[in-house]
Design a protein around this ligand. Structure first.
Ligand code: PGA
Length: 296
């Protein structure tokens, strides 16, 4: 019987991830016919088609999804093996693949910097994106660890809380609400808000908080960056709700003020997260312990 090869799995995994032969070929630095040939090779051995095409779109067949599942676990096992063997050659030659959400990136880079100070030869790959994308990287088993807000229930993830993350309402210092000693939630009803994009944890937490109070806020603009929100609030385009940890400079320089809204801050927390089935490499394990230790 002819056997499936690792190369076929790797090529198919890229096709399935991109749902495109062209993009898989680009990623793997192969020609498109070479990619098609590898996938055809698997189909021939299995006797089943792995992809189907409707119009210009490619979809995975049920067999395709099975092969994808198998190739993801095989590649993840091989990556783990490689990382662990690297560790046997010495802890400091390891690689750490980590993803953090935008809002925690400043805190995370400070922690990473002191970790690297202790382990100068560890190479670090850092992805910074919003909550939804970080959850996607965990689901695809493409990272060792993530630092992010509370993870949704029902996912096979191990999340350890290590730090508070208070969200506050911000305004320009000369805004009438910024001058009030006590601001009620009703005072916010007619104020336009600048909000993060859908998929952001900050946005989700803010929406849940107002929904709990039976209130909907007026959104004037949606932006995919905390920096852009801070600038727009300074420019007087509306109020914002952001993590206090992203506001240190603007508050110190009195470019922004925290509005004293009743019930605020919304208290969130930062977690260090990995898949429950992940065998953490010694470097990843050391980083996790370092984060928890630093928080203590
Ligand atoms: P984000 O981060 O708003 O940048 O997505 C918050 C979170 O991790 O929940």
């Amino acid at each position: 019987m002819r056997r499936l090869t690792l190369r076929q799995f790797r090529v198919f995994e890229a096709v399935a991830r991109h749902l495109s032969f062209t993009r898989a070929a680009e990623e793997l630095h192969l020609s498109q016919p070479a990619v098609s040939m590898q996938v055809r090779g698997i189909e021939k051995i299995l006797g089943l088609p792995l992809t189907e095409q409707f119009g210009k779109k490619i979809f995975l067949t049920e067999a395709g999804r099975e092969v994808l599942y198998a190739s993801q676990s095989i590649t993840a096992r091989l990556d783990d093996l490689q990382a662990n063997l690297a560790q046997l050659r010495g802890m400091d030659s390891g690689q750490l693949n980590i993803a953090v959400t935008t809002t925690v990136s400043a805190v995370a880079t400070t922690i990473l910097a002191s970790f690297r100070g202790k382990h100068p030869k560890v190479s670090i790959h850092l992805d910074v994106s919003n909550r939804e994308s970080v959850l996607g990287l965990l689901a695809a088993n493409r990272i060792d660890l993530a630092i992010m807000g509370q993870v949704p229930e029902g996912l096979d993830l191990q999340a350890t809380r290590f730090m508070d993350n208070p969200l506050v309402v911000i305004a320009p210092p000369d805004h009438p609400l910024a001058r009030k000693k006590k601001v009620s939630i009703q005072d916010l009803a007619s104020a336009p808000f600048l909000v993060r994009e859908t998929g952001s944890g900050t946005r989700g937490a803010m929406e849940r908080w107002f929904a709990d109070k039976g209130m909907e806020i007026l959104t004037s603009m949606e932006m995919s960056s905390n920096e852009a929100i801070k600038q727009a609030v300074q420019a007087g385009l509306g109020l914002g709700i952001l993590s206090l940890q992203t506001l240190e400079q603007e508050l110190a320089l009195k470019r922004l003020a925290v509005v004293a809204v009743e019930g605020f801050p919304i208290m969130r927390h930062w977690y260090i997260v990995h898949r429950s089935d992940k065998r953490l490499s010694p470097v990843a394990q050391a980083f996790k312990s370092f984060v928890l230790e630093a928080a203590r």
